[in-house]
Design a protein around this ligand. Structure first.
Ligand code: HEM
Length: 407
């Protein structure tokens, strides 16, 4: 990976180190506020020494996600990696999230029928039923109970396993490998091993579906592969992406949402009494918690001017959706939490052609989990002070290792 010198970047500003850490659970890194105010297109240094840019304002982040002059390809020189060192070729992300049109649109089209609102809504009852089952199990347990282990993580894993037709007994395998992949602190060797193991499992799953087709997404794209519509490598990468993107994100959104609501007891009481507030509350929780800390990464394919700064061909950019979600130009009192705010324009699911395909499921899972937890366990409370929670401070997806609760 080539590095770009400060002069080539055309700025005298000392590069800001990326990623930056949050000072507390719901606060964004302090530097983002200053950058939004004074330096919205900021010179940055990424962990492997590559230099590029950070975008922190809502309008700039949104504009970048819609701008076809930026590529999502992680193999483009200058791509702003968050892993340390050179990226091993086998670790390069070649799934749709790292593709440009027309490959991106061709492959996204193959799976989009599984993610429509109608199909996702058809799972709502089963999702609600599974949440109830998990709560029933929790009620039998000795308290405190870890809500991450008992509910926030099993729920999205169950959904992604159903969608892909993965037997539930393999869920630990996919959870552990994903954890390694998403941690800033994993070494390249650890990430490489986890990736190879996950890919080996996906290879077995593909063979299973070929010999015993079922009504699931994996069977559908295996048939697309056999019809010559997608290569074997792209098929494996697609399933891997869905596994990785589909579960930790939603799990962390659920557990952080529970903490956010418990920290605002008056709003929680209002919500519990009025189901009409549930959908808007979930949008505000997505905005307020803003778990995607490092997306959206792109590389300029030609010189592009953003907010007066030229981003030259080949330079990397990270347009921070978390910072956009806390931009006072769009959200009044952005650090405040209010379920009465119209937060629908948040960018927690990205924007443009790469917007989150799984957002339909994520919303339903969050809504069903939050509603049922607080109504079935009205006395729910944290078993440790907020400051003592075991937070994943160093991860691309913000979240909790555990969430001890009692009631
Ligand atoms: C609250 C939970 C979730 C959050 C916050 C989230 C966030 C995001 C974001 C910010 C992007 C855009 C990335 C970019 O532009 O580079 C994205 C893309 C994506 N997400 Fe999610 N996601 C969530 C849940 C899910 C679920 C449940 C699934 C699958 C079942 C999923 C699958 C995907 C896929 C496949 C993409 C790539 C889409 C493309 O490139 O066309 N996500 N997600």
């Amino acid at each position: 990976m080539s590095t770009t010198s400060s002069d080539e970047l055309g700025t005298e500003q000392e590069p800001i180190e990326f990623p930056q850490l949050r000072p507390s659970l719901f606060e964004l890194p302090v530097a983002y506020k200053e950058l939004r105010d004074r330096c919205p297109v900021a010179h940055a240094e990424f962990p492997n020494g590559t230099r590029g840019w950070l975008l922190t304002r809502y309008d700039d982040v949104k504009a970048l996600t819609r701008d076809r002059r930026f590529s999502a390809r992680t193999d483009a020189p200058g791509f702003p990696q968050i892993y340390k060192g050179q990226v091993l070729p086998e670790l390069a992300n070649r799934s749709i999230v790292a593709m440009d049109p027309p490959d991106h649109s061709d492959q996204r089209r193959l799976i989009s029928q599984f993610f429509t609102l109608k199909v996702a809504e058809s799972y709502r009852e089963a999702i609600g039923g599974f949440v109830d089952e998990l709560i029933d199990r929790m009620l039998e347990m000795e308290r405190p109970v870890d809500l991450v282990e008992q509910l926030a993580l099993p729920l999205p894993i169950w959904v992604i396993c159903h969608l892909l037709g993965i037997p539930l007994e393999n869920r630990d395998l996919i959870t552990e490998r994903t954890n390694v992949r998403l941690s800033y602190t994993s070494t390249q060797d650890e990430v490489a091993t986890a990736t190879r193991e996950l890919q080996a499992y996906i290879g077995e799953l593909i063979e299973e579906k070929r010999s015993a087709p079922a009504d699931d997404l994996t069977t559908k794209i295996v048939a697309d592969h056999d019809a010559g519509l997608i290569s074997h490598g792209d098929l494996v990468d697609m399933i891997q992406l869905l596994i990785i993107a589909g579960h930790e994100t939603t799990a962390h959104s659920i557990s952080l949402s529970i903490v956010a609501l418990l920290s605002h007891p008056e709003q929680l009481e209002e919500l519990r009494a009025n189901q009409a507030l549930l959908a808007p509350a979930v949008e505000e929780l997505l905005r307020y918690t803003s778990i995607s800390q490092t997306t959206v990464p792109r590389v300029a394919q030609e010189d592009v001017e953003i907010s007066g700064q030229v981003i030259a061909t080949g330079q990397g950019v990270r347009a921070l959706v978390c910072s956009a979600n806390h931009d006072p130009a769009v959200f009044d009192d952005p650090e405040g939490f209010s379920i009465h705010r119209d937060a629908r324009q948040h960018m927690a699911f990205g924007f443009g052609i790469h917007n989150c395909i799984g957002q339909t499921y994520a919303r339903i899972e969050m809504q069903e989990a939050i509603w049922r937890i607080f109504n079935r366990l009205p006395g729910l409370r944290l078993a440790v002070p907020v400051e003592k929670l075991d937070v994943k401070w160093e991860a691309g997806v913000h979240g909790l290792h555990s969430l001890p609760v009692t009631w």
